[in-house]
Structure formats: structure tokens, C-alpha cells
Write a protein that binds this ligand. Structure first.
Ligand code: FPP
Length: 215
């Protein structure tokens, strides 16, 4: 979800305003994705590296995480959406952790849709974390034993979309992205529309996925 800061600055507003509007688009865009047949979506809210930004911005985004869970908790339950926050959550205040855990516990029985937020998430962290958990439980690590402990388990993204104009992964799902399709959009995240999502899905559907085979 890149481009909140530039979007706000172009309007003469604060970066915080950009994050606030960006955050308000998450559930709305998730709904559009589900209407188009997508069952699982992960929104990259904070990377491990974003955590080196100033304390005011980090704290503001963590409060947005809390308020968006509170705002959409009943939508998650009513629409049978399994909710999860992935990433290293150890730096979050207990009050926010409790709200996350409550939302995760109350929605863990659902399997129709999955809405994940990646917070203080990095692909490097995910792989190291999985490797540490795997060695505790297995004599030798192989592909299956490592995948089992990744934050997404064995569900890999078919499609990764980055808004904001840059063409890079920025440490997002490095392992899981092995055969993902990529779309990089110039649109700044707060400007993303239903029509943009429809174009993204159309482009995806017109791509032949080969997974290394000859087709
Ligand atoms: C990158 O844009 C965006 C972020 C680091 C934060 C994304 C956060 C949100 C959309 C709000 C939080 C949402 C939830 C649900 C917690 P940038 O600020 O780096 O933009 P720029 O490249 O234009 O400066």
C-alpha cells in the first residue's frame, strides 16, 4: 500500500492524514477483491524496515491498526472472514495485542475468506522465524517443514500488487513470491479504485501461469 505520504503531501496535508485515508481503503478494497473471486488478501501495512521511521509515524500506524480492527470487527464476523496480523508483533503495546488476539480468536473458525494485515513484517524475518521453529520440531529442515512455519503456512500469493510507482518487493513474502505474478501500479494507494482492481484481475486472468513447465 505505497504512496500514502506522497498522496497527502500533494494535497498539502500531513503524512498521517495519508495513512488515515490509506487505512480507510483497506476493508473496502478487500470487499471488492472478494466480489471478484479472491478468497485471501494480505495488505502490507508496515515492513520491518518501515519500523525505523520516526516514533510518531510508527505509533500512529499502530493506532490505525487498532481502530480499523475495532471499526470492522462486526464486518469480519458477519461475513465469516478469518482475520490475522502477520509479522513480528513483539513491539506492539499490550492493549493493541489484546485487540488483535481477540479478533483472531473470534474469526479463526472461518474459512470462507482470509484478510491478513502484515505489520512489522519482513520476508527475512518470516524465513528466520520459520527456520527457528522448524529446528525445534524437526531433526532436519526440508521444504515442507520450513513452509509449515511460515506466517502464511503453505498459502502463497498468486498475485502481488504494489501501488505507488516503485517496482520492488521491499522484503514482502520473499519465499512465498517464488511463482507469484506481479503488477506495479503508478496509482498512490489512497487513490485506488474498484475499477483499478477490476483491471488488475483482468490482467491476472490473461496471464498464462507456467510454474516452470512448458505449456
Ligand atoms: C507506504 O507509503 C505505506 C506505509 C508504510 C504504511 C501503510 C499503512 C496504511 C495504509 C495504514 C495502516 C493500515 C492498517 C490497516 C494498519 P509511504 O507512507 O511510504 O508513502 P510515500 O512513499 O508516498 O512516502
Amino acid at each position: 500500500m505505497d504512496g500514502n505520504g506522497r498522496w497527502a503531501e500533494s494535497l498539502g496535508q500531513s503524512r498521517q492524514y495519508g495513512h488515515q485515508v490509506g487505512s480507510s481503503r483497506v476493508y473496502e478494497i478487500f470487499k471488492v477483491c472478494t466480489e471478484l473471486g479472491c478468497k485471501t488478501a494480505t495488505f502490507f501495512a508496515m515492513s520491518s524496515e518501515n519500523m525505523n521511521r520516526n516514533e510518531t509515524e510508527i505509533s500512529f500506524i499502530s493506532q490505525l491498526l487498532k481502530s480499523s480492527i475495532n471499526e470492522h470487527f462486526s464486518d469480519l464476523v458477519n461475513n465469516k472472514i478469518k482475520f490475522k496480523v502477520i509479522g513480528d508483533l513483539s513491539s506492539l503495546p499490550n492493549k493493541i495485542l489484546e485487540i488483535i488476539q481477540h479478533a483472531e480468536n473470534e474469526t479463526k473458525k472461518f474459512s470462507r475468506y482470509n484478510l491478513n494485515i502484515a505489520y512489522n513484517y519482513g520476508g527475512h524475518w518470516d524465513i528466520i522465524n520459520a527456520a527457528n521453529l522448524a529446528v525445534l520440531n524437526h531433526k532436519q529442515i526440508n521444504y515442507e517443514t520450513l513452509c509449515k512455519y511460515l506466517s502464511t503456512s503453505v498459502n502463497y500469493p498468486d498475485l502481488i500488487v504494489r501501488t505507488g510507482g516503485y517496482k520492488r518487493l521491499s522484503n514482502f513474502m520473499l519465499w512465498q513470491a517464488a511463482y507469484s505474478e506481479f503488477q506495479f501500479l503508478d496509482i498512490l494507494w489512497p487513490d485506488i479504485s474498484k475499477n483499478d482492481i477490476e483491471c488488475i484481475f483482468d490482467n491476472y486472468e490473461n496471464t498464462q501461469r507456467k510454474f516452470g513447465l512448458v505449456k
